[in-house]
Design a protein around this ligand. Structure first.
Ligand SMILES: [Zn+2]
Ligand SMILES: [Zn+2]
Ligand SMILES: [Zn+2]
Length: 113
């Protein structure tokens, strides 16, 4: 079972992400989705979700920039929470809106530690 959650914390702790151009790693407080991820705004508004992203500051799940309503971007605009991660299966990367930084290099989620 993949555990990207721990991978993010480990990568931040080990500094393997710090070489990248993002100064917001200390804003990461939530790395795991509780329950089945869905875009709550899409559910409420009846709009279509393409891919799901999660805010790493507050844990809000929202839809990506390929989705018609771009709720993740709206969440950033409204809250200033800088970092999101993909919660799509097999995708392990973070995106920082203010830095426009694409952060990869997360350790494999298969590591049992
Ligand atoms: Zn940043
Ligand atoms: Zn949405
Ligand atoms: Zn947030």
């Amino acid at each position: 079972m993949s555990r990207p959650t721990d991978g993010i914390r480990r990568a931040v702790f080990q500094g393997s992400l710090r070489r990248r151009d993002c100064s917001h790693l200390d804003r990461i407080s939530v790395t795991a989705v509780a329950g089945t991820p869905e875009c709550g705004a899409c559910r409420d508004e009846g709009t279509r979700t393409v891919h799901l992203r999660m805010c790493l500051t507050c844990g809000t799940v929202a839809c990506c920039d390929s989705s018609p309503t771009k709720h993740a971007r709206r969440h950033f605009a409204q809250t200033g929470h800088p970092l999101i991660r993909s919660v799509e299966p097999g995708e392990e990367w973070l995106w920082c809106y203010p830095d426009r930084a694409y952060l990869t290099g997360l350790p494999s989620g298969d590591d049992p530690r």
